[in-house]
Design a protein around this ligand. Structure first.
Ligand code: FES
Ligand SMILES: [Fe+2]
Length: 395
């Protein structure tokens, strides 16, 4: 995808090469990743505004586990293993929806409240020593950062897997994205991509714009491929910004497709429309930037002046990754006549597919017996940093 990312003297790692073949094709390495990374770290599963009402839920697949993420009638969001406490049946099959009353097992109809408590267990009165209080659903560590829901399968009580709280994990990013008011945003559109490439190729692709001129001619006209500057250059969070040509937006038409998020938030606070009227002028003052950050291990966060795009990666197999792409807008954006989300959605759907195509070509070539790790260029410092962090998680 995007982000050129200029290699600087500090981040320079002479001689860095792409990862060896086994990291992209080996089922054993894939299983290690599921264990060492996806079962012990904070993993993105969705946004809180995806389930605004009591009983609304979605199923998250993390580390080979099926999890129910559901909102209760007190507006709290909970996460549970999708496993009945009676004889273990899968509880919920549909990927998302709204439950009324509770979570009922399809097998013998045990019913659980949205906070996981067992409410009803038909004919269990005669079972010796049975106490409903002992059979709540197994909770999963779940916390919210900037409106995004993360789960962590590590055992918090024993600190197994080096468990740390989500607030601690995201401490280096505290306040960094407040400009975008992320907790209030709503996804207008989600597209699911089934990509025949290893999940790491998606990250590596997102982290450089060396490929942009050839692969993304439309994007390169609006956002120069060599305009990137990074402010996060090592560790689990990587990225920076790229320039947007004055007066343009990352849309098919090149025009802004919605009210600027920051402006909409400030206007909402102050109940004034003056800033809204001046919005386009403000955003087209030559300082337009688009920010791209990769959040290890499965989130790509792309912050535009007028919308936010998030990719959630779900590795399926060594050579297959499901990618959920959401386009988020300010909740007030649709009240304005210039709201045209499709302009941004179509643009990024086009760019996404351009990226997935070269990722799939990479997967094909890397699978060959002829593949050997190749040298990274000076414009690929962020993929180098990403690989470096990844390898440390696999030690
Ligand atoms: S397995 Fe769920 S009620 Fe029996
Ligand atoms: Fe790209």
């Amino acid at each position: 995808m995007i982000t050129a990312f200029r290699k600087t003297a500090e981040t320079s790692q002479p001689g860095a090469k792409s990862l060896p073949q086994r990291y992209f094709v080996s089922p054993e390495t894939f299983a290690e990743e599921q264990q060492n990374i996806f079962s012990t770290q904070w993993v993105l599963v969705g946004h809180q505004n995806h389930i605004p009402e009591a009983g609304q839920y979605f199923i998250a697949e993390v580390g080979g586990e099926s999890l129910i993420v559901v909102r209760d009638k007190h507006e709290q969001i909970h996460g549970f293993y999708n496993v009945c406490r009676h004889r273990g049946s899968r509880l919920v099959e549909q990927k998302e929806g709204r439950l009324s009353g509770g979570i009922q097992c399809p097998y013998h109809a045990w019913t659980y409240a949205f906070n996981g408590r067992l409410l009803g267990a038909p004919h269990m009165d005669g079972a010796p020593g049975f106490n409903k209080a002992d059979y709540s659903l197994h909770p999963v560590n779940m916390e919210i950062w900037e409106g995004f829901i993360f789960v962590n399968l590590a055992d918090a009580s024993t600190q197994r897997g080096g468990y740390i709280s989500l607030a601690e994990w995201f401490a280096p990013l505290a306040g960094k994205f407040s400009h975008w008011d992320l907790p209030t945003l709503r996804s207008t559109k989600r597209i699911e991509y089934d990509v025949r490439a290893n999940w790491k190729l998606i990250f590596e692709n997102y982290s450089e714009c060396y490929h942009c001129l050839g692969v993304h001619p439309e994007l390169s006209k609006i956002s120069p491929y060599d305009s990137a500057e990074n402010d996060l250059t090592e560790g689990p969070f990587l990225g920076g910004f790229m320039r947007i040509v004055k007066g343009r937006s990352l849309t098919m038409s090149g025009n802004a497709c919605a009210l600027g998020i920051a402006v909409a938030s400030r206007a909402r606070d102050r109940s004034t429309s003056q800033e809204i009227e001046n919005d386009y002028e403000h955003r087209h003052d030559g300082k337009n930037r688009v920010f791209y950050y990769s959040i290890f291990p499965n989130m790509l966060l792309s912050l535009h002046p007028d919308y936010v795009m998030v990719h959630q990666l779900q590795p399926q197999l060594p050579e297959r990754t499901l990618i959920l792409c959401d386009w988020f807008f300010h909740p007030d954006a649709s009240k304005h006549s210039d709201f045209n989300p499709d302009d941004a959605i179509q643009f990024w759907d086009m760019v996404n597919r351009q990226d997935w195509h070269v990722c799939e070509l990479s997967q094909q070539g890397i699978s060959s017996r002829a593949y050997q790790p190749g040298p990274y260029s000076a414009r690929e410092s962020i993929p180098v940093a990403w690989d470096d962090y990844y390898l440390r998680q696999m030690d």
